[in-house]
Design a protein around this ligand. Structure first.
Ligand SMILES: NC(=O)C1=CN([C@@H]2O[C@H](COP(=O)(O)OP(=O)(O)OC[C@H]3O[C@@H](n4cnc5c(N)ncnc54)[C@H](OP(=O)(O)O)[C@@H]3O)[C@@H](O)[C@H]2O)C=CC1
Ligand SMILES: O=C(CO)COP(=O)(O)O
Length: 345
């Protein structure tokens, strides 16, 4: 595929490197390939790269999905990054800084860096696009974010979903939109990178809270209340950080929150459900095979809230349960007995 609005030089297909062969890296690599891109996945494990190249299947994450012929895998970052119009990052947020520092010398000149990650860095409270700009030394105009209600398992089944492609530079967002638009994956553009990233990171924390409530058997009124008040505290933080409040009623906010809080496919929701049913943190971690970003990012989101003097009681409650050993029933009582207040403040 060569489209006039893509990043590729005339006469060759758009090339994408995807760093990370977990759930979302593999699924988004398939989306890019279905949209006509030539895709190289980077895996940290040789046996997984070999399996993908020889069987066209990622046996550890999607054993029943055949990947398109235009997807190949390597463990060599230079080979993956070579000539890539888009360099997509799909690894756990807390590992980004170290990994990207190692990959940065290999990045193709002019490549657009794309974050699929939904976390906030511990310690610095930086969003992933900020970490990327800092480590790869690229301007914000060359960093994009893909977010929205995109449970990877549904995407690899080519079930319909919409998404948001956010970049400060709208032209770049449109190029990436074209590069990942398929009959089952419908990306919209947005220039509010801050709002889109916050929506993705905080929904994981609210997903944990809803999971805990589900595990405790608190019912659907509790779920509706947590989703709505969770969105309210996300929006408060976003406003304090200069985001557009409308972003939070879009796919990166409400859309992702609803998908995460209602799906057993969500790792954050499932993690919370296990805690709410009475598993200890260690037991829950032991049965969690994939990345549940909210577990670490609840602390960095709370850090962000404090830096911006924003009240985030649900996030604070999740931190209390997950990291301070507070029993969920005690945390629930505290949350419900906070001072009464107007809805819109
Ligand atoms: N899965 C989903 O539905 C969605 C996920 N996301 C976001 O995408 C990001 C990635 O999540 P996801 O793909 O689901 O996670 P997974 O746990 O499924 O995969 C993680 C990937 O990162 C690799 N990895 C783990 N630790 C390291 C490390 N220290 N250094 C280098 N690579 C490492 C894993 O390699 P290995 O296999 O060798 O362990 C694997 O390839 C997260 O921020 C998540 O929030 C966003 C939208 C949807
Ligand atoms: O971000 C996601 C869906 O949009 C995936 O959610 P989990 O990380 O909770 O599985």
């Amino acid at each position: 595929m060569t489209r006039p609005d893509t990043a590729a030089p005339a006469g060759r297909p758009v090339k994408a490197a995807v760093f990370g062969t977990g759930s979302w890296g593999t699924a988004f690599g398939m989306v890019l390939a279905d949209a006509g891109c030539e895709v190289t996945l980077w895996s940290r494990r040789q046996e997984l790269a070999d399996a993908i190249n020889t069987t066209r299947v990622n046996p550890d994450y999607f054993p029943d999905t055949r990947l398109p012929e235009s997807v190949r895998a390597t463990t060599d970052p230079a080979e993956a990054a070579h000539d890539a119009d888009f360099t997509v990052l799909a690894i756990p947020s807390q590992t980004l800084r170290g990994n990207l520092a190692a990959w940065a010398p290999e990045l193709a000149p002019g490549t657009v860096l794309v974050s699929l990650m939904k976390g906030v860095e511990l310690g610095t409270a930086k969003r992933m696009s900020e970490v990327i700009q800092e480590v790869a030394e690229v301007p914000g105009e060359r960093v994009a974010v893909v977010t929205g209600p995109n449970l990877a398992k549904e995407i690899v089944a080519r079930m319909p979903a919409a998404a948001v492609v956010a970049c400060r530079d709208e032209t770049v967002a449109r190029r990436l939109q074209a590069a990942c638009h398929t009959p089952y994956f419908r990306p919209y553009t947005n220039t509010d990178v801050v709002g889109c990233e916050l929506g993705g990171a905080v929904k994981n924390v609210i997903g944990l809270a809803v999971g805990i409530a589900d595990g405790m058997g608190l019912g659907d009124n509790a779920k509706g209340s947590l989703i709505t008040r969770g969105l309210a505290e996300t929006t408060r933080l976003g406003l304090a950080m200069g985001a557009d409040p409308l972003t939070f009623s879009g796919l990166a906010g409400l859309g992702d929150l609803v998908a995460t809080c209602s799906s057993p496919l969500s790792r954050n929701h499932t993690f919370g459900t296990n805690l709410g049913r009475g598993m200890t943190l260690q037991e829950t971690i032991a049965v969690t095979r994939q990345t549940a970003e909210g577990v670490k990012s609840c602390e960095s989101v709370l850090d962000l809230a404090r830096r911006h003097d924003v009240d985030m009681p649900i996030t604070e409650t999740v931190v209390g349960i997950v990291h301070e050993g507070k029993p969920p029933m005690v945390a629930l009582k505290e949350l419900m007995s906070r001072a009464a207040k107007p809805e819109r403040r």
